[in-house]
Design a protein around this ligand. Structure first.
Ligand code: NAP
Length: 248
């Protein structure tokens, strides 16, 4: 029983480590970042070639179940996997880690709305942590941006005043506090990614009185089964695809 783990998150790597080698898995990464953190076990890298490509790939590789442990904002992949599994009648679950409590944050639905709020409120020093694809709505802003990304944004989308900080989490509270304080940040713009690895910035912002603009998660496809922890995902896999009898 071969299981596809759609990955690109710490949870996906933890799940692979729990299942491999007793369960026959293959992890899939989009291939967005150079030198990605690789899960244990077999890995494939790169898109499937759209909805049809995914369906064909699932057939060709004799996949019997799919665990979608992609990032909560990887909405296209999640929608395509849900549709392909429904079409092929494959067991399918989304590992959706719990969202952060937004607290006093201003909640918005998109990067564009976040940029509108920053402009309306007249913030002049912004910590932008929405990823390389989240920079473009801020291009025309006169504010100063600290832009933290794993891979550099396209130069043409960068706002006039900025510093790009290339780094990859996890981030601890002390470092986040110092980063916000030393850069005199007025507002933090973040996705509601959830998870412990990048959560410290929220506590640092709260304790420094820094405003937070938080982009809400895209909704999951209707009717999909979800689990919220790696433990629950392991239990789902073992329930849905019990290991076969040992030979010998
Ligand atoms: P997306 O917009 O939902 O996906 C765009 C396309 O990228 C998909 O249609 C698919 O291409 C390919 N793709 C995405 N995830 C894939 C995977 N695990 N394996 C193979 N192909 C994949 O996703 P995204 O926002 O670009 O995210 C890409 C990857 O980065 C995901 O694995 C995600 O977990 C990770 N990530 C995303 C974010 C974020 O904020 N979006 C943050 C951290 C990590 P085809 O149509 O060709 O199959």
């Amino acid at each position: 029983m071969r299981i596809l783990l759609l990955g690109g998150t710490g949870e996906a790597r933890a799940l692979a480590a729990r299942l491999h080698p007793d369960t026959d898995i293959i992890s899939s990464l989009a291939g967005r970042v150079p030198d990605p953190a690789l899960p244990v076990g077999p890995v494939r890298i790169g898109g499937f070639g759209g909805a049809e490509g995914l369906t064909q790939w699932l057939r060709d590789n004799d996949i019997r179940a799919v665990v979608d442990a992609t990032h909560p904002f990887a909405a296209t992949m999640t929608a395509r996997a849900a549709q392909a599994c429904a079409d092929l009648k494959l067991p399918h679950v989304v590992l959706a880690r719990p969202a952060w409590n937004p607290g006093e944050a201003t909640l918005v639905a998109s990067d564009t709305e976040a940029a509108d709020i920053v402009a309306q409120q007249g913030y002049s020093r912004v910590f932008l942590t929405t990823g390389r694809s989240g920079v473009a709505p801020f291009t025309g802003s006169d504010a100063w941006f600290l832009i933290r990304v794993v891979t550099p944004p396209d130069p043409e989308v960068l706002p006039r005043h900025h510093e790009v900080l290339l780094s990859r989490g996890p981030y601890g509270y002390g470092d986040e506090y110092a980063l916000l304080r030393d850069n005199r940040i007025e507002v933090l713009v973040t996705k509601n990614s959830g998870g412990a690895l990048t959560e410290a910035k929220l506590a640092a912002a709260k304790n420094l009185g820094v405003a937070v603009v938080m982009i809400d998660r895209p909704p999951l496809p209707a009717g999909v089964e979800t689990v919220s922890t790696v433990d629950e995902a392991v239990a789902w896999v073992l329930r849905s695809c019990p290991p076969g009898p040992q030979v010998g």
